[in-house]
Design a protein around this ligand. Sequence first.
Ligand code: NAD
Length: 340
Amino acid sequence: MRRSTDRRKKRRRALVTGGAGFIGSNLCDSLLDDDNEVVAVDDLSAGSRDNLVAAFQSEDFRLVTADVADIVIMDHLISEADVVFHLAATVGVKRAVNEPRLVIENNIKGTDSVLRACGRYGTRVIIASSSEVYGRNSAAPLRESDDRILGPPQVQRWSYSASKGIDEMLAFAFYNEFGVPATVTRFFNTTGPRQSSAYGMVVPTFVRAALAGQPLLVHGDGTQRRCFCHVSDTVRALMLLSEAEDAAGEVYNVGSTEEISMRELADLTIRLVGELCPEAILAEPAIRLVPYAEAYNVAFEDTPRRVPCIDRLHELTGWQHSLGIEHIVREMIAQHGAGA
Ligand code: NAD
């Protein structure tokens, strides 16, 4: 049985969609640590019960294996919840390129189903969106009011961005028309424990490759820059926003402001694997540049830079990221190196 960190806080019944996934399972753990009751709903299409080993230790936790588009199940679950964190989605650029129809349908249907049920019960809901909504806009830093700059619809890479854009517009429509207290969070790259390399997420992919003695495949020329936020920081932002009433009807960037190029990330991973796991035999060459056309097999457009402005979130909650990229890579090497 978990211990409460603050017994004076109001105990809430939280519903986490996508709760068996990477961010969702970390969120379930934090909500339980904070003495809440938690129901996770997940169809296990990408998530896993293994991510919930810690959560299953708590009698305050339950997993419902279901599709969030099932309006009957969602109506029942949301009728019993004080707050909903909607994270269920088909995620990532690789899947957007390979399975655009699934990405579009799954993400929009799921969000519509969640918002409809929240509308019936007036339930507080946090909707997970993505920095992908900014598309090719590489202004730095990106503010929540900045324009979306997308390539043409026939470039499948933008399907994930488009689906998240519609999710956001649905959230604002339900807020404006029915007063649903919805808040949108735009995550920039989030990484850390339990993130799978299955769909090409770059940090676990680099770490796994280096530990297996394979070259790190850097797409393009490796000068594209991103900011990586530790999942514990992302989860902290979600919990703060769920408690901030002023956040209803608003959108917030959530991300680290520490920038790194993909080439620098590959170099850092190789240096840290050499330091922490000297028995790992690094490939020669250790880094291989792969043109986008070869990596994705279709026309691909990337954005050179993505840095969040987090002023809005910081002003409302005091949030800023606390863990840097070197900590994140070290931790992931320790976990994967230990066979995790
Ligand atoms: P994830 O794939 O680990 O988690 C998504 C979960 O949703 C999975 O467990 C999957 O099984 C579940 N799911 C998918 N469709 C479902 C459905 N129809 N019904 C029930 N469950 C379903 O991905 P994640 O990285 O944890 O992402 C969580 C959320 O954060 C997503 O909405 C994603 O778009 C968003 N996001 C993540 C990042 C990131 O860097 N990780 C960045 C931007 C946005």
